[in-house]
Design a protein around this ligand. Structure first.
Ligand code: SF4
Length: 298
């Protein structure tokens, strides 16, 4: 496994092909059978009301806004049925942080889905979990356990952005802290659940802050083996331009540059934090394998 200094060198390198080959050799080491799989799933957003006002977010609507919604169960059922009709086996369901929806609302939704459909439910990112806990007066552990008992199968890594409170304070200061994001995932792993990790790069973070993010993910994986995937994705074009400026690189002003930026993150992440890094462990089949950028090539 490479050190953080070596990973920083990879981030700074222009040898994208070489980094990609190193990442691919690691994938082959963990999965010598040479099979790469994928799933068909669908994102469903149950509400776009949110109280957090993240600076990069074009999705949320403040409470009372005429474009805001909370989908009823029939609407969500119809979307799941469409997914199944197209061969889908999973749903990634996330929403804004609603101040009035208590845990009973989520439990009812999950159990109602499970009564009607055979489908993997990968739902509620760490900020949503901490919000449900706050709104319901519960601990994070009790919140996750109750959601699991109602039908939740795994937890997505959304809301990680960059796991560095300096960055978070600038772009999403009301949302959960780095420590809270870690606590949700460690708690879920302790309860026997699998989760994923994300990374929203291009928020103006430094390479060192990016490495800090990967170190956190790697540490958790070393301890628990509970992550099934790491999905890095770029922030908006406006924030990407700001990031490129910080890193003294040309702005990713077109699709090919953005993809180069993205490939560099993906391959370096895989090389620094390989999926089976916990001694003797192998990742379970990923419930939410997200195309070629996923970390766990299961
Ligand atoms: S918490 Fe999520 S939905 Fe709410 S503003 Fe932030 S990114 Fe948008």
């Amino acid at each position: 496994m490479i050190s953080s200094t070596e990973a920083l060198d990879l981030f700074r390198s222009d040898d994208l092909i070489g980094i990609g080959m190193a990442a691919d050799s690691l994938r082959k080491k963990f999965h010598p059978e040479g099979i790469v799989s994928y799933i068909i799933d669908r994102n469903i957003n149950y509400t776009n009301f949110c109280t957090e006002y993240c600076s990069f977010c074009a999705f949320y609507r403040p409470m009372g806004h005429p474009e805001g919604y909370v989908h009823d169960k029939e609407t969500i059922f119809a979307k799941i049925q469409e997914t199944i009709d197209l061969g889908g086996t999973g749903v990634l369901m996330q929403g804004g942080l609603h101040p009035d929806l208590k845990i009973e609302w989520y439990e009812d939704l999950l159990s109602s889905i499970k009564q009607r459909f055979t489908i993997h439910l990968h739902c509620f990112s760490a900020p949503e979990i901490t919000n449900i806990a706050d709104v319901s007066g519960l601990t994070v552990r009790d919140t996750i356990a109750r959601l699991r008992d109602a039908g939740l199968d795994s937890i997505p890594g959304g809301g990680a952005e960059i796991l560095d409170d300096g960055v978070r304070y600038r772009i999403s200061r009301l949302k959960c802290s780095t420590a809270e994001w870690i606590d949700v995932h460690r708690t879920a792993h302790a309860l026997g659940m699998r989760t994923t990790a994300t990374m929203m790069f291009g928020c103006g973070e430094t390479l060192e802050q990016r490495m800090h993010h990967l170190e956190i993910v790697r540490e958790i994986q070393e301890d628990t083996g509970g992550f099934t995937a790491l999905s890095p994705g770029p922030s908006s074009a406006k924030i990407l331009r700001s990031a490129a400026s910080c890193m003294k690189r040309p702005p990713p002003s077109n699709t090919s540059r953005t993809w180069r930026f993205r490939a560099s993150i993906s391959t370096t992440s895989r090389t620094y934090s390989p999926p089976g890094s916990r001694r003797g462990s192998r990742p379970a089949n990923s419930a939410c394998a997200s195309a070629a950028t996923t970390w766990a090539a299961s």
